[in-house]
Design a protein around this ligand. Sequence first.
Ligand code: PLP
Length: 227
Amino acid sequence: MSTAEQYKKFREEVDEVCRNCGRDPRDVMVVAVSKTVDTNAVLEASQAGAYDFGENRPDGLLEKYDALPQARWHFIGNIQSRRIPDIVPRSFLIHSVYKVDHLAKIDAAAKAAGKIQNILLEINSGEEAKDGVAPDMSFGVLAAARRLPNIRICGLMTMAPQGDLEVARSCFAQLRELRDEIQAMGLVDDIYFNELSMGMTEDWREAIEEGATIIRVGRAVFSSDFA
Ligand SMILES: *Cc1c(COP(=O)(O)O)cnc(C)c1O
C-alpha cells in the first residue's frame, strides 16, 4: 500500500471511531509523526490530504519544514534551550513544553519571529515517563506561561505508558479531568485552552474515546507493518 493510501485508510478509521463514540470527526486532528520517514513520504501523505506533521528532533523539523513549509508542523520532542530559536519559527504547535525556564525563551523567540507561539503543557503520566510535569505541579507552570505575551497555551499533552490499553485509557481520562479542572479554576484563557494531545499508534482509539482533540500517530500512517 502506498503512503497516500495508508494515510487515507487511517483517516477513515479515525472518522469511524469518532462516529462510534458520538464525536464529530472534525474535532480530532491527526498529526502524522514523520520522524522515521523521509521527505518523500511526507509529500505523499500531504498529497493524500495530511496537513499536520510532527517531528521530535529539531534537525528533522528543519529539513522537512523546508520541503513543505505550507503544512502545519508540530514539535513533539525533547526541547533543548539552544534549539528554541530553530523550533519556534517553524512550529504551529509545540506539544512538549514543561520547563519554566524554557517558557521565557520560547516567548522571546516568538517575539523575534513576529508570532504568537501555540504551546501545550506536557504532563507526566507515569513513573516510567521521564518528560513532563507532574499534574499537581502543572498549575505553577501555567501561571508562569500566562504572564508571557507571545505564548498561547492551548491545552495539555501526554504519553501514556505502553503495553496496557486500560492503563492508557485511565491516563487519558485523567488528562481530560486535569484540563477541565484548569478551565474551571480560570487559570488560563479558556477560549484557547481546550486541546488534549494524546494517543499514538497503540492507543489512539482509547484516546479518542476519552476526548483527545489531537492524536500523534507515526507507525499507523507510515509503517508497512500497519498497511
Ligand atoms: C514517535 C512519537 C509518536 C508517534 O509514535 P507511534 O507509536 O509511531 O504512533 C507520538 N508522540 C511522540 C511524542 C513521539 O515521540
